[in-house]
Design a binder for this molecule. Structure first.
Ligand code: 1CP
Length: 346
């Protein structure tokens, strides 16, 4: 195992464990990305997945927002789609369109194309980026690792790209439930190993992004999402009981109680739920993360400050990690991200 310098700012980890903190820690989903001119400059030199596959460049991009802002955490620069890539699928980042799979899974017979690779080996570039970034952070703030949730990854693998409805992926759940479960099980097994190896490499908290959980009915969520989210966190906790794990199941409000019951330490909220209602329903069983509407960052600095005050008050003290309710948009003004961060810390 690696040895790293001690943490100087552990607000994130304390809030995740619901220990008292003098203020809420703050970081932003997609805090490294296209809204930063320094990121766009690097992107003009290299393709997206070349940045991701270079530990040196990935570490540099990870640290870019920390050079600008007094953030309380770093999140490793990578993508959820490295798992489908490791399973043998080809994904390209197409300008103006996002990720595109050259050969999505069309029918259950296509599952035979997938591999169950040894991730130590296949995704060494992620683990090396984590170790390098953790060294460079030198204990300044904790480093977050992440993965996509089983359902969200399946959604991309079947649909082949982003989509408003993911209707092809959802049709699998109704037409091919057995094959869907087989795929979700395999993805989950890989993700357990993936997050455990990220922690071995230096991640101090890990987050599971279930960006498309909200597309499912409560019944489909209970069958195809929740059991795999639970299996994932239980598998990670069996290897690393002391490392906090966050789940962000966007739009799946109906699942809040079930997620609170599970072993997740932190539940990420999107902006469509009132923090007071979430607190009531979670009832102290998990810390909460979120949840300012990212579009508030288009408003004046005054409006941002007042919205942040309202949000911090609505969550109340302790067990809150301030964040947006989803990621930064490419056309956001970095100055306004800074105002959001300062307003939380005031
Ligand atoms: O052109 C570019 O430079 C690509 C833009 C970009 C970036 C900066 C993509 C493509 N991915 C990323 C980085 C990324 N992706 C991070 C970095 C850490 C951070 O600063 O937060 C993370 C955590 C992700 C995770 C991710 N990728 C998610 C889950 C989180 C979310 O935002 O919902 C999803 C759904 C993806 C897929 C993906 N990768 C990239 C895009 C544009 C998308 C979404 C595609 C779609 O619209 O469906």
């Amino acid at each position: 195992m690696h040895s790293f310098p001690p943490l100087q700012n552990d607000l994130l980890l304390r809030a995740a464990r619901q220990e008292p903190t003098p203020r809420a820690p703050v970081w932003i989903m997609r805090q490294a990305g296209r809204y930063l001119p320094e990121y766009r400059a690097m992107r003009s030199e290299d393709a997206f997945f070349s940045l991701v596959r270079s530990p040196e460049l990935a570490a540099e991009v990870t640290l870019q927002p920390l050079e600008r802002f007094p953030l309380d955490a770093a999140i490793i620069f990578s993508d959820i789609l490295v798992i489908p890539q490791a399973m043998g699928m080809t994904v390209e980042m197409v300008k103006g369109q996002g990720p595109v799979f050259t050969q999505p899974l069309d029918a259950p017979t296509d599952l035979a194309r997938l591999q169950m690779p040894a991730l130590q080996g296949a995704l060494d570039y992620v683990f090396e980026a984590l170790t390098l970034t953790r060294r460079r952070l030198a204990g300044r703030v904790p480093l977050i690792g992440f993965c996509g949730a089983p359902w969200t990854l399946m959604a991309y693998m079947v649909e082949g790209s982003g989509s408003k409805t993911f209707s092809h992926a959802k049709s699998w759940l109704y037409r091919h439930p057995e094959a869907s479960h087989a795929l979700l099980r395999d993805i989950t097994d890989l993700l357990i190993e993936y997050l455990a190896l990220q922690i071995d490499a230096g991640a101090q908290l890990v987050q599971v992004f279930d960006t498309w959980a909200g597309l499912l009915s409560p019944d489909s969520f209970d069958r195809f999402c929740l059991p795999y989210l639970v299996r994932l966190v239980d598998g990670v906790k069996a290897r690393h009981p002391d490392v906090p794990v966050t789940v962000f199941a966007r739009g799946a409000h109906h699942g809040l109680e079930a997620l609170a019951e599970s072993a997740y330490d932190v539940i990420g909220l999107d902006w469509t739920i009132d923090p007071r209602e979430a607190r009531r329903r979670v009832a102290g069983r998990a810390a909460l993360q979120g949840n300012l509407d990212p579009c508030v960052l288009y408003a004046s600095q005054e409006t941002i400050r007042s919205a942040v005050r309202d949000m911090v008050q609505a969550f109340g003290p302790g067990g809150h990690i301030a964040n947006l309710g989803h990621g930064m948009h490419p056309d956001h003004d970095p100055v306004h991200a800074g105002v959001f961060i300062e307003a939380v810390q005031e």
